[in-house]
Design a binder for this molecule. Structure first.
Ligand code: 16G
Length: 277
């Protein structure tokens, strides 16, 4: 499930776990042939049900015994799968009452890594309202790192924009976008979407190269994102190019690790496809 949300309304006709209990769970979801332990397969399956919106916030999970029977696994396997999701904060246990879905108060986003979209487009496609809190915008000389990334000569000027990106008012990411002034002379021109502004000026983002790494947020960034210092986050560098290959933007961002999943689609390599034909 790529474009799904915790907040996605349930499609008509899709039974929620709450309505239909264990019957709504696919009894063939797990396989002994996969090189992944059954409890991790089960955790992955249940996570998918939560992320796709089939489990509603606060829906009760079917009992341990029922799930063990449904998936033909031991109760230990079910317990270990639930423990995974409890650790991730996707489930909550109430003593003597049961296990419940916990979608929390902040939206959870999956972003497909193979499609070039803007933050605003990503949020809108999920029925959320994208927002920005401007932290800083200036015109300055590019730093050596920025000049290298953007193919600029030393001393060239850039528009520098630092924003806190929000979805339905919840902080999602910090972003520092740098654009050569020949494409954007004045950062104050950007009102809502940066990509919309660039497109209007005839500079359409065509292709991007991204580098992702895991980080722990330092105090200041953690505070801006409203999470504890040292929380896990994804550091992403994006270099966006025009159709002719000219670098258009260089962006460094920190995405909240608890709010974002990046999904990569992998296709069978060409030679392997031929052999299997
Ligand atoms: C995304 C892009 C960022 C771009 C922004 C434009 C990633 C990692 N980054 O956040 O490079 O500047 O969208 O968004 O996806 P906007 O058009 O909504 O301002």
């Amino acid at each position: 499930m790529v474009s799904s949300w915790y907040y996605e309304p349930k499609e008509e006709g899709v039974m929620s776990i709450h309505q239909s209990g264990v019957e709504a769970l696919d009894r063939d979801a797990l396989s002994n042939d996969l090189p992944l332990p059954l409890y991790l397969q089960l955790a992955r399956y249940l996570r998918g049900q939560i992320v796709s919106g089939r489990f509603g916030h606060r829906d009760a999970l079917p009992g341990e015994r029922e799930m063990a029977e449904r998936f033909s696994v031991s109760r230990v396997t079910v317990r270990k799968a639930i423990k995974e999701l409890l650790d991730e904060g996707l489930l909550q246990q109430r003593q003597g009452v049961g296990t419940f879905v916990n979608r929390g108060t902040s939206p959870y986003v999956e972003q497909r890594l193979s499609t070039l979209t803007s933050f605003s487009e990503d949020m809108t496609s999920r029925g959320l309202t994208a927002g920005s809190l401007w932290l800083n915008r200036t015109v300055t000389a590019a730093s050596p790192e920025e000049a290298l990334a953007l193919g600029l000569s030393p001393g060239a000027t850039v528009s520098r924009m630092q924003r806190l990106r929000t979805a339905n008012g919840n902080a999602m990411a910090l972003e520092m976008a740098v654009i050569p002034t020949r494409f954007l002379a004045d950062p104050l021109e950007v009102q809502g979407s940066l990509y919309d502004t660039l497109r209007r000026k005839g500079f359409t983002p065509h292709r991007a190269l991204q580098r992702l790494s895991a980080i722990q947020l330092p105090a200041e960034q953690a505070e801006q994102l409203g999470v504890p210092e040292g929380s896990a986050a994804l550091y992403i560098e994006r270099r966006t190019l025009l159709e002719d290959g000219t670098p258009l933007e260089f962006v460094r961002s920190q995405y909240r690790g608890d709010a974002y999943d990046f999904i990569v689609e992998l296709n069978l390599a060409a030679p392997a496809r031929e052999v299997n034909r």
